[in-house]
Design a binder for this molecule. Structure first.
Ligand code: URA
Length: 242
């Protein structure tokens, strides 16, 4: 073996050692990457699924709201400041359906922002929830003049928007606030006192009618009944896993 051969051999062995070391380092780096990437991928898959659902629900709700914004299917469109399509969490497990926007809702385009809304907030906090967790809307999306009761033809014209919203949201529980919401969704003409305090079914979704918060403000003695109904809602949500 010449000196040159010996040098080549040395370089070769050194290269092998370095290579093995290098490969070992690369391997452990790759497995570290793989491990963190694995965790990252798992999380990102979950997140992206939730995110996708959230995005698609809010997209669908936005589409319905856009249609409502240019709706002229009934006379109420002529007197509105703006439509009040609904507001809240696009993935809410609990949806409240009220009657129709009042003065402040018509001004702001957001449901239940007046005195009745403040009571609704209190009732929500009683069951450990807030608006960010629920979706709130009305049967009627435009304010009736002087807050009069909606007419049957106005309900009929507006109802498809509500039904589409519920179809997108697919909540675990629906709470109908007052007679109009309960009668519209349950297709009944029974009074609210006969309907409230127990669960009914709307397309297999438990629906609990309760008194409208505005009615409670007029007759505070009825607050206990409504509190009881909210406790039932809370229990049902827990039973159904959130
Ligand atoms: N009453 C309702 O029924 N809906 C509102 O948005 C406000 C008051």
């Amino acid at each position: 073996m010449t000196l040159i051969d010996a040098v080549y051999l040395l370089i070769f062995f050194h290269g092998m050692i370095m290579r093995r070391d290098f490969i070992h380092k690369i391997k452990s780096y790759l497995s570290f990457l793989k491990e963190s990437d694995f965790i990252f991928l798992e999380k990102s898959t979950e997140t992206s699924e939730t995110g996708r659902k959230q995005e698609s629900n809010s997209g669908d709700l936005r589409q319905i709201a856009d249609e409502i914004a240019c709706c002229a299917k009934c006379r109420l469109s002529q007197g509105r400041t703006q439509t009040v399509p609904g507001d809240g969490n696009p993935e809410a497990n609990l949806v409240f359906v009220g009657e129709a926007p009042g003065y402040y809702e018509d001004r702001q385009g957001v449901p239940f922002v007046g005195a009745a809304g403040k009571l609704l907030d209190k009732l929500l906090s009683r069951i450990g929830m807030d608006r960010s967790q629920v979706f709130i809307c009305n049967v009627i999306k435009c304010r009736p003049p002087d807050n009069r009761d909606p007419f049957p033809d106005e309900i009929e014209a507006c109802e498809p928007y509500l039904l589409r919203q519920l179809e997108v949201l697919k909540p675990h529980v629906i709470c109908a606030l007052g007679r109009h919401a309960a009668q519209t969704l349950l297709k009944t003409d029974k009074g609210i006192n006969a309907l409230r305090g127990k669960f009914h079914l709307y397309h297999d979704i438990p629906l609990l009618p309760t008194l409208h918060p505005a009615a409670v403000l007029r007759s505070p003695g009825q607050l206990r009944d409504v509190e009881h109904d909210f406790d039932l809602i809370s229990g049902k949500l827990k039973e159904l896993g959130g």
